[in-house]
Ligand binder design. Structure first.
Ligand SMILES: Nc1ncnc2c1ncn2[C@@H]1O[C@H](COP(=O)(O)OP(=O)(O)OP(=O)(O)O)[C@@H](O)[C@H]1O
Length: 308
């Protein structure tokens, strides 16, 4: 029987994930051998996943939202060489964007079947490094400039719940002066300069629970997608953000999109950025250079190959 270590974030989905533990263990009983660990603090899932991978098991399952999946993936990717166990996902957060990109929904019975069947898919990740030596792996997306500022603001707000909170963070951030950064970009060896308000970089097609900034991104094509929005009025930026609620929106050429395997970003302004929805760089930290390297197919994930 497959021996899995599951890492549950009891704080995900505003505490509702804590209630899942019993039904999860009942659903998986007799189908996999499950050791369930609960996090006690932010960041702990990275350490728990790294230890599980080092000690050996047949898979490490993240139970929570994108933040939990991000931490478990970072713990697994910290392990170099062969023998890295696959990542399992039981989506139990409020956004679950990476699970969505893989066609994994919130049905516990379907999740249990996936883990018991053991089918895996190889997906890409990107190593993101700053000039000062900070590093993270991104599996779903990295949002910089305005998107990074909105993410930071959303983590400081307590109300309203759900998508209303994100909308409040968008409006609150836009009330301040939107960023106008001069970016020097090197994309797969090609240098370019862009004035930019939003820089969004994605492996998956959806971020923030409902925004399709890079609707064509695929998690297993060996490349990440990017979107660059030039500086514009607050109203225009708000309109672009709202437009991205629709996956099939028409492109008007104002926004620049593309794909890359390696990207270097140098900004004249300090970069605000989140990785996979987790706040990462704050403007006061004065990070102005990022290097992203796509690692094709580096992570095995329990998923149906045909489901996305
Ligand atoms: N025991 C804990 N106590 C407090 N925070 C925790 C704990 N375990 C994990 N966290 C943090 O909880 C945050 C939210 O987790 P997660 O992203 O999984 O849920 P979510 O925000 O509901 O879902 P989504 O990101 O999909 O919207 C993460 O930043 C994670 O580091």
């Amino acid at each position: 029987m497959r021996r899995l270590i599951a890492i549950l974030n009891p704080q995900a989905d505003r505490g509702r994930t804590a209630l899942l533990a019993d039904s999860l263990q009942q659903t998986l009983a007799g189908r996999v051998e499950l050791q369930l660990l609960k996090t006690t603090r932010r960041g702990e899932a990275v350490e728990l996943a790294a230890r599980a991978a080092r000690d050996g098991c047949d898979g490490v399952v993240a139970i929570g939202g994108d933040g939990t999946v991000h931490e478990v993936a970072n713990g697994l990717l910290a392990m170099s060489g062969g023998g890295r166990p696959p990542l399992g996902i039981i989506p139990a957060g409020s956004g679950n964007d990476f699970a969505f990109a893989l066609g994994i929904d919130k049905n516990l019975e379907c999740n249990a079947k996936l883990l018991a069947n053991g089918d895996v898919r190889a997906v890409d990740a990107a190593l993101v490094e700053t000039n000062s030596g900070r590093r993270r792996y991104s599996i779903n997306n990295l949002g910089a400039l305005l998107e990074g500022q909105i993410n930071l603001a959303s983590h400081e707000l307590q109300w309203p719940r759900g998508s209303g909170l994100y909308l409040r963070a968008v409006l609150q951030t836009l009330l301040r002066r939107p960023p106008r950064a001069q970016l020097q970009l090197t994309i797969d060896g090609v240098e370019m300069t862009r004035e930019s308000a939003i820089l969004s970089i994605s492996n998956g097609c959806r971020s923030g629970g409902r925004f399709y900034l890079t609707p064509c991104a695929r998690v297993d094509d060996g490349r990440f997608d990017y979107l660059i929005a030039p500086p514009a009025s607050r109203l225009r930026l708000l309109w672009e953000i709202l437009k991205s609620l629709r996956r099939d929106r028409a492109q008007d050429g104002w926004i620049e999109q593309g794909e890359f395997a390696a990207m270097r970003i140098r900004s004249d302004l300090p970069i605000a950025a989140h990785v996979d929805g987790e706040p990462w760089l704050r403007p006061e930290e004065d990070e102005r250079e990022l290097n992203l390297t796509v690692l094709p197919g580096v992570l095995q994930v329990f998923a149906d190959a045909h489901a996305d």
